[in-house]
Design a binder for this molecule. Structure first.
Ligand code: GLV
Ligand code: MN
Ligand code: MN
Length: 401
């Protein structure tokens, strides 16, 4: 069994929901603790030095990045969306350790420290802010705001971190950690179908061009609780009607503005079959190639529901450093000498947050045969995963050997 296969098998049962086959690996939960222990174990097995930064992100270094850095860092995240797939995040972490194994087995010598990173709470599935770990690290998420974020049970992020043994009082931009990162490369399963249409082996691994602007907004829709069987239609204040208008407009406005908009999460109070709701909270995710179009979609959805959407997070358009991107695309050229495919994405990543903070950053995408992601059906073929590890090992050779 290859080191990749062994690690993949170890992770397979952690946080798996047997009913759907998907993963529920939310930040600072028991499943997350198991994943963080696994990461520490893999670091220890390879003799890497493990550190935790102020945001609780984990770093495993081959050598002291303060003395001999800044270093090259690979990695991704281990948390998931509700009933997410196995690949989004873990593929990048497992491939990073496996790439180090490839280099060790081939006798490669590192001339600079190489790190493997595991970012905390990338999906924001529990506390609502995606890429919370990298946003805290770079200071774009305010520490006080983060500490006060709550999950569905009312537990604050500060309480959850404390229970997980990580000090929330330390949250804040972490310059000591940032100084250690000379270059960051995140390998990730592709979350669309751009690589599927590239013929042959050249489509196994691509290089990211840019991340679309994207964000999350909360719609607070108020009504008046009342009896479903006795309240005349004319007398109702039913926030579900505003919700329906918002959902229909999300689709229509996204279509008009060549963007994407999704209402994927709701909270309904009191949530009874025979009660008109008093309150509906809906979350809108909007993204697209152009920032103005995304903003227009959000405004039009708000107008349709007669509310002003509250912005919970926003990530501007992020282009990865062109010189690094082109260098890696050339390095990973196919047998015909053509550079690896270069593609934009609508998915958010910690790599985007680091790139926006001025760190030279690149991403590699591993082909996903259906393009399906954030779902138990997310997949990458074993041969393509092996191609991803080989590509990452070549990147380490190029940038750190
Ligand atoms: C992260 O996966 C996102 O794009 O929502
Ligand atoms: Mn994701
Ligand atoms: Mn991801």
């Amino acid at each position: 069994m290859s080191s990749f296969d062994g690690m993949w098998a170890d992770l397979a049962p952690v946080g798996r929901n047997p009913e759907t086959g998907g993963y529920r690996r939310y930040a600072w939960t028991g499943a997350d603790a198991t994943l963080r222990e696994w990461f520490a174990g893999e670091a220890g097995r390879r003799g890497l030095d493990l550190t935790t930064d102020r945001a609780g992100n984990l770093w495993a270094w081959t050598a002291d990045p303060d003395a001999a850095g800044p270093g090259l860092v690979m990695g991704s995240h281990l948390d998931s969306v509700p009933d997410g797939g196995a690949f989004d995040g873990p593929l990048g972490v497992v491939s990073a350790f496996a790439a180090l194994d490839v280099l060790r087995d081939s006798g490669g010598t590192l001339r600079r420290p190489v790190g493997v990173a595991c970012f905390a709470d990338e999906e924001g599935a529990r506390f609502g802010i995606a890429c919370a770990g990298s946003r805290l690290l770079t200071g774009v998420l305010d520490a006080d705001r983060a500490r006060g974020l709550t999950d569905e049970d009312g537990t604050t992020l500060a309480e959850a971190m404390t229970r997980a043994g990580v000090d929330p009082g330390a949250l804040g931009r972490d310059d000591e950690t940032l100084r250690r990162i000379g270059t960051f490369v995140e390998l990730h399963v592709e979350q669309g179908r751009a690589l599927v249409d590239v013929p042959g082996d050249r489509g196994a691994v691509g290089v990211a061009e840019a991340i679309w602007p994207h964000g999350r907004w909360r719609l607070d829709l108020r009504g008046r609780a009342d009896h479903a069987g006795t309240t005349r239609l004319a007398d109702r204040e039913d926030p579900m009607l505003a919700l329906a208008a918002a959902i229909r407009e999300a689709r229509a406005a996204a279509d008009r503005h060549r963007a994407l908009a999704t209402v994927g999460k709701l909270r309904i109070r009191p949530n009874g079959v025979n009660a008109i709701p008093s309150e509906v909270t809906a979350w809108l995710d909007a993204r697209g190639p152009a920032e103005d179009d995304v903003r227009a979609v959000v405004a039009e959805v708000g107008a349709a529901a007669d509310t002003v959407p509250a912005e919970e997070s926003w990530t501007p358009s992020t282009a990865f450093e062109p010189a690094l991107r082109n260098r890696l695309a050339a390095l990973l050229a196919g047998p015909d000498g053509r550079p690896a495919p270069v593609l934009p994405t609508g998915a958010g990543h910690d790599a985007g947050i680091l790139a926006a903070a001025g760190i030279p950053t690149a991403m590699l995408f591993v082909r996903n045969p259906t393009g399906v992601s954030h779902s138990p059906a997310e997949h990458a073929e074993p041969a393509d995963c092996r191609a991803g590890v080989a590509a990452l090992a070549r990147v380490v050779e190029e940038l750190a050997c």
